[in-house]
Design a protein around this ligand. Structure first.
Ligand code: GLA
Length: 724
């Protein structure tokens, strides 16, 4: 049984293949967090020792026992107002007074995985669910903590449902998904910061006595921070050491906080952002937190990432595309921007088809009077003048060539210069009496209202119904300001907005079950596990520069699988950086992702076209090892600025793809080496690059001597195959 209640010592232990998680109902009814780490079997509360500590108060129920204090105990779901002065997960106000004290009421263990109303969750048919109910009788508050065990990925999922079981209104001022206490240890926090076109750069921050927080106030998970963090022992490496990942399945404003307390214990709390969050619950109402998936690895970051990749691919992303090979696409954005017509698109498609591409994606500018990015958002009807006819006639022509067809949308937005805004200005967020904040000249629609979601969905589905659309790129190109709804109090809007986005996506998938959706938010501004539930891939960044992409894809790979990262070969000089890189380098970088092109292939020379044909053939051949294999980061580009290297290995270890990208070139160069990982020691591997055979043990312990050629930004792929 992956979840066991021991009625003798009142512990509940959750077990995955390589981890155990334990809580204990103590003598006073408080729910302690007694353990999380490598597998154990007995009551771990022997590790806890209370002291009579000054200024750490004692709950009344403990009588004269001055060693029992909630300010020093590891707690499963700490609350504000009961003498625990650390970071807390829940804060509730009633009639202007905050303060809560939660005690165990009951628990149950049932077959199957719980779901959370309106929110994406991890799926697992085989699992069991633990529900622990805590209560504050005086306040009329019940909290149901939910847990499931995803054994094959060493993951435990958590969420909380907060219920008003009293008479009056209560206001939630904070309601986190998870709190995790570590009794001792010295940790680094690994988090992923960035900005538009520079997403998810890995940052390592020691956890100290200062409250540390990251998160987003932007209404989306954001380019700036990612709702995925790792808490690691300081000495943890890619291959050794303990680390714990927290992955929030949520795409809106969020917060992660952590700190070491006065007794050197560490607490981490993660969930929806508590700023601009005042969530009122009337009698009988409840609030459901997003789910957080936590996982533990005793063997460093590689294993943690492998588990996380598997979790996303096999237990989060749902629908037929989760594990299926995605078509190699050509997107017209960087090829034409808004300056396209049918003739241009057909020309791009024809050339792409000849070179092995499988789908044309028509990006921004096909609808309303969207001649540029100042107008037209919200008017989801085809601009037949621009397309030289109906969308279906264009799609038919593209399909006849043997290509699939995909379309760009940005449903959450409206331009003031649009018919939608003229008819329904009240659909857009605005603060009463204020002029709205514009961003890219657009305003945000109030998706916290179902009627707005429905309205936009109906318009867009008419377009999808009108032609054979097999893919949608769902974009979102600004942060939320002026967050104020006509429909609900301000403190609920951001959460309800995110649920509105999920509602829109679920409607799309219900109506078009075979549709492949690619998420996007100015590139990777909403790259999170919540979106990945609906969209198997996400445009990783608007930055298509191969060299900068190595850093962005490196950071992204800690949490999210290769198949989730939309990555394209684009033109040089690169449109974001002006850098010129070889065509081969651009494909070595883009291929380890959901592969595509974003340039006018007609503009290439005959030799370059031949090269593109080889690239698409090669991706089709290498797909299995790239998407279904295990991914290893062999260098850290935040440290090694000379070259970056990564490796994909099939799970049977019979095939591997080594990629190397040169970041800087020197005269009179040193020899450079890289050691491979995850191979079989005794297998001989044939290397397609130098046509030589190497033993697995040689490749893993001795490594490979990197090729050297003069010139900048050269890249190499070495395909290893087991031979006997
Ligand atoms: C965003 C996306 C781009 C492109 C443009 C279109 O920036 O990230 O890929 O779709 O919008 O306006």
């Amino acid at each position: 049984m992956p979840i066991l209640f021991n009625e003798i010592d009142n512990t509940i232990t959750l077990t995955t293949k390589n981890s155990s998680y334990q809580m204990k109902i103590d003598k006073y009814g408080y729910l302690l967090h007694t353990y999380y780490g490598a597998p154990i079997e007995s009551d771990m509360s022997y590790l806890i020792r209370g002291f009579d500590r000054g200024f750490s108060g004692n709950p009344y129920v403990a009588g004269n026992d001055r060693t029992y204090s909630l300010d020093q105990l590891p707690l499963e779901y700490p609350v504000e107002g009961n003498g625990d002065f650390r970071l807390t997960a829940l804060s509730v106000k009633e009639a202007g007074v905050s303060g809560l004290d939660l005690l165990y009421k009951t628990h149950r263990i049932e077959k199957g995985k719980y779901s959370l109303k309106g929110l994406p969750t991890v799926q697992d048919q085989e699992t069991v669910t633990l529900s622990v109910v805590l209560e504050d009788k005086a306040k009329g508050v019940e909290v149901e903590l939910k847990y499931s065990v995803i054994e094959d990925t060493d993951t435990i999922t958590r969420a909380a449902i907060i219920k008003n079981v009293g008479e009056g209104e209560i206001i939630l001022q904070n309601a986190a998904s998870v709190s995790l206490d570590f009794l001792y240890g010295d940790f680094n926090l690994i988090h992923f910061q960035g900005r538009h076109a520079h997403e998810r750069e890995k940052v390592v921050t020691p956890i100290t006595y200062a409250d540390f927080s990251i998160g987003s106030r932007r209404g989306t998970s954001s380019h700036q921070h990612n709702p995925f963090v790792i808490i690691a022992d300081k000495e943890t490496t890619e291959d050794t050491g303990s680390c714990t990942a927290l992955m929030l399945l949520y795409s809106g404003s969020f917060a992660f906080r952590c700190a070491k307390d006065q007794y050197d214990q560490t607490r981490a709390v993660m969930g929806v952002l508590d700023e601009r969050f005042d969530y009122s619950l009337l009698k009988g109402e409840e609030f459901v937190t997003p789910e957080c998936a936590i996982s533990f690895s005793l063997n460093g970051f590689s294993t943690l990432s492998h588990n996380s990749h598997k979790l996303v691919r096999e237990h989060i992303t749902h629908g037929p595309w989760a594990l299926k090979r995605r078509p190699i696409l050509i997107n017209n954005w960087e090829a034409t921007y808004f300056d396209f017509n049918k003739e241009k698109l057909i020309k791009i498609a024809k050339q792409a088809k000849e070179l092995g591409v499988e789908m044309l994606v028509l990006d921004d500018g096909w609808f309303g009077h969207r001649w540029d990015d100042n107008r037209g958002l919200g008017d989801w009807f085809v601009n037949e003048e621009k397309l030289g006819g109906t969308l279906s006639s264009l799609v038919e022509e593209v399909n006849e060539m043997g290509l699939k067809f995909g379309l760009w949308i940005e449903p959450e937005m409206v331009n003031e210069d649009s018919l939608l805004y003229k008819e329904h200005p009240e659909f857009a967020f605005t603060l009463p009496g204020h002029k709205p904040i514009r961003s890219r000249n657009q305003l945000v629609l109030d998706f916290s209202q179902t009627k707005v979601v429905e309205y936009i969905f109906n318009m867009i589905s008419k377009v999808i119904d009108s032609a054979h659309i097999e893919y949608i790129k769902m974009d979102m190109n600004r942060s939320l300001a002026d967050v104020c709804s006509q429909d609900c109090s301000q403190g609920k809007v951001l959460y309800k907005y995110t649920l509105g986005v999920y509602d829109f996506l679920q409607r799309l998938l219900n109506r078009y079950p075979n549709l492949l959706i690619e998420g996007c938010s100015g590139g990777g501004g909403r790259f999170d596990a919540g979106m990945l539930y609906y969209t198997p891939q996400i445009w990783t960044s608007d930055n298509t520069d191969a060299i900068e992409r190595t850093l962005i894809q490196y950071g992204t790979s800690f949490a999210y699988p290769i198949s989730s990262m939309g990555s394209h070969v684009s033109a040089v000089p690169n449109h974001q950086t002006g850098r010129i890189t070889p065509l081969n380098t651009r494909s070595v970088v883009a291929m380890v992702g959901s592969f595509g092109y974003e340039l006018d292939l007609n503009k290439l020379s005959i030799e370059e076209k031949d090269e593109v044909k080889k690239q698409t053939d090669s991706f089709k051949e290498l797909y299995e090892v790239i998407h279904n294999g295990l991914y290893y980061r062999l260098t850290d580009p935040t440290v090694n600025k000379e070259f970056v290297s990564y490796l994909n290995v099939t799970t049977d270890k019979k095939e591997a793809l080594l990629s190397i990208v040169t970041l800087s070139t020197q005269g009179n160069p040193l020899n450079k080496y890289v050691r491979l990982k995850g191979l079989e020691e005794d297998i001989n591997y044939y290397n397609s690059f130098d046509k030589k055979v190497y033993k697995g043990s040689s490749l893993m312990h001795g490594g490979i001597l990197l090729p050297y050629e003069s010139g900048e930004y050269n890249a190499y792929q070495m395909h290893f195959k087991a031979v006997n």
